[in-house]
Write a protein that binds this ligand. Structure first.
Ligand code: ZN
Length: 189
């Protein structure tokens, strides 16, 4: 059994070094990324959307050249555990999601996914072994078309960089004046 070019054990090592721990979502994410990649529609260049902000984006970043930083991976948070690979010009894509209907025979996966038992009561060894044994069988695949607003557009005019009259820092002018932080939308107090 392989995840990307890695053996299952090698993938687990990658997960620990990149993500910090063997989160179950990272194992599921590995299978999902593989499934999406092997069921792609025709096309040459693919971008990725994750509908969950936890775990899945890190699985994509370990297994593909798509990262948040290079812009080929985006998070569109719907709360659903799903990943979409799509052709970056047409939006034609493959969506893979954890299928609740397929979890009946996997008690520990179901308990984890539906948060039926508290995290500290989970049998994490059993959960990992069930995720490994279940392999691709607990996910479903569908062909989708990504909405135009989520497809990367070629920016024809690059906005100018201006100085905020309030904080004096530089930012692109299309963010408005003053800068979003000085307008009250920054991350810091
Ligand atoms: Zn400012």
């Amino acid at each position: 059994m392989k995840i990307g070019t890695f053996s299952f054990e090698e993938y687990i090592e990658k997960v620990i070094s990149f993500h910090g721990s063997v989160a179950p979502g990272m194992i599921a994410g590995g299978f999902m990324v593989d499934l999406a990649r092997t069921n792609l529609p025709p096309g040459e260049f693919f971008d990725v959307i994750c509908e969950a902000s936890h775990c899945l984006p890190d699985a994509v970043q370990i297994l593909t050249p798509c990262t948040i930083g290079n812009g080929w991976l985006k998070i569109v948070p719907t709360g659903r555990f799903a990943v979409i690979f799509f052709e970056k010009h047409t939006g034609a894509g493959t969506r893979v999601f954890m299928d609740p209907e397929k979890l009946e025979k996997w008690s520990e996966i179901k308990s984890w996914f539906f948060r039926i038992i508290p995290k500290h009561q989970q049998d994490s060894a059993l959960l990992v072994s069930q995720l490994q044994e279940a392999g691709n069988s607990i996910y479903s695949i569908e062909q989708v078309t990504v909405k135009e607003r989520f497809i990367t557009k070629i920016v024809k005019e690059t906005p100018a960089i201006i100085l905020c009259p309030s904080c004096g820092e530089a930012y692109p002018e299309n963010f408005g004046v003053p800068c979003p932080a000085c307008a009250g939308n920054g991350p810091c107090e």
